[in-house]
Design a protein around this ligand. Structure first.
Ligand code: CMP
Length: 396
């Protein structure tokens, strides 16, 4: 049994990866989202007053069921944690501890609390504490949002710049509150009577929220208010710019690593030198497709070509179908001939493709002629095959 255990655990672990495109991974994601939606809906409905008594039992049953599923998920994730690359080299126990203390582990644990609360203190769906489950459970959505990790990294990368903007924010805030207190305290002692009170107005104005519950009445106070509003827009624009730029840079870096990882599986790239390879890597994009997805459709205009780094596609030609596997490519004919797609191409298994857009294709053609010559040679062979000899299954 000891020999088979790691492979079962590895399979189970891979199902939980959000990039997993296999049937197991997709089914798990659908089930997880359905259970999550059912739990949130049950809590939301139970907060409505005046529902019939029987609904409380039904909703409590749903909440218990959801909490039990999350409990099971937590245990399985904990068991499979040593399979994660992040914990390579650690003992099983240490890997599990590290996972349990990671953000995902803590979110998983919080989601399990409701089941303990229900078991030990007979909480009902309509209980006054039940809405807190909503907060714990909605956090689980982050498991399906890989960009959350990117955001955390962006904030870490840009912390010095972000800190500068936050300091500007605090400076404007305190100055505005102090000036407003000086100018307005006589007319409105209740809301501008001291600096802490004026801070509320300053925060609401600086964030451009402006509830209107506190407004300056003196000319000086209004002038300060106007300046604070304009500063608010500037500060928010700065924050947005810093985060957006950092986000797109981080995504570019990650995509580059993802492509490097996939490119080695395509033999025609493996033959290129590192410098040439790095040039094409920056132009390729990784796309994961489940089975039975139409990647290109006959007669539609073509704006990209694809290299298969994993999986298989079927090229549907009028004369029959051709299978293309790992290392193969398609979509080149529309780019070379500047004509609509000559065939429909459909995935037959979970497939990973490297996409090269037309604009980059022509640039690559100029810089790496050997690669495009190989593509052109194959395109010529395909054209001849489509016009003459019957199609046959091809393995690159
Ligand atoms: P394109 O015409 O852009 O879109 C459909 C693609 O199917 C085409 O490029 C080729 O990459 C691929 N294709 C067309 N004919 C064949 C063939 N006989 N064998 C393999 N692939 C083909």
């Amino acid at each position: 049994m000891a020999a088979t255990a790691p492979s079962t655990r590895a399979r189970v672990h891979s199902i939980f990866r959000h990039s997993e495109m296999g049937r197991g991974g997709r089914r798990w994601r659908v089930l997880h989202l359905t259970v999550l939606a059912a739990g949130l809906l049950a809590i939301a409905i139970s907060s409505i007053d005046g529902l019939p008594i029987w609904t409380d039992d039904v909703l409590t049953a749903i909440v218990v069921l959801v909490a039990v599923v999350f409990f099971g998920e937590y245990l399985v994730r904990l068991w499979a944690a040593p399979e994660s690359n992040r914990f390579a080299g650690l003992s099983d126990g240490m890997a599990r501890l590290r996972w349990a203390l990671s953000i995902n582990g803590l979110i998983g644990l919080l989601a399990v609390f409701p089941v303990l609360a229900i078991t030990f203190s007979s909480i009902h769906a309509g209980n006054e504490w039940a809405p807190i489950f909503c907060v714990f459970w909605i956090l689980k959505l982050s498991v399906h949002a890989p960009a959350m990790t990117t955001l955390a990294r962006v904030i870490a990368n840009e912390r010095a710049t972000l800190a500068s903007v936050v300091i500007i924010f605090v400076m404007v805030l305190v100055t505005a509150a102090a000036l407003a207190h000086m100018l307005e305290r006589e007319l409105q002692p209740k809301v501008f009577g001291n600096i802490p009170e004026s801070l509320w107005w300053a925060v609401v104005t600086l964030t451009t929220t402006g509830y209107g519950d506190v407004v300056p009445k003196t000319v000086g106070g209004r002038m300060v208010g106007s300046l604070v509003m304009v500063s608010g827009i500037v500060v928010l624009a700065l924050l947005t710019g810093i985060l957006a730029t950092g986000f797109s840079e981080e995504e570019r870096r990650r995509e580059y690593l993802r492509v490097w990882d996939q490119v080695t599986r395509v033999p025609m790239f493996a033959e290129l030198g590192t410098v040439t390879l790095s040039e094409i890597v920056s132009k390729l994009r990784v796309r994961h497709y489940p089975p039975r997805i139409v990647v290109v459709r006959r007669d539609e205009p073509g704006d990209s070509m694809f290299f298969i780094s994993e999986g298989e596609v079927e090229v549907r030609l009028p004369r029959g179908s051709v299978a293309l596997r790992q290392g193969g490519f398609f979509g080149e004919m529309a780019l070379l001939d500047r004509l609509p797609r000559s065939a429909t191409v459909v995935t037959t298994q979970p497939t990973t493709l490297l996409v090269l857009y037309a604009s980059d294709f022509y640039e690559v053609a100029a810089n790496i002629p050997s690669l495009v010559e190989a593509v052109e040679r194959e395109a010529r062979r395909r054209r001849a095959e489509n016009q003459g000899a019957p199609a046959k299954v091809e393995t690159p």
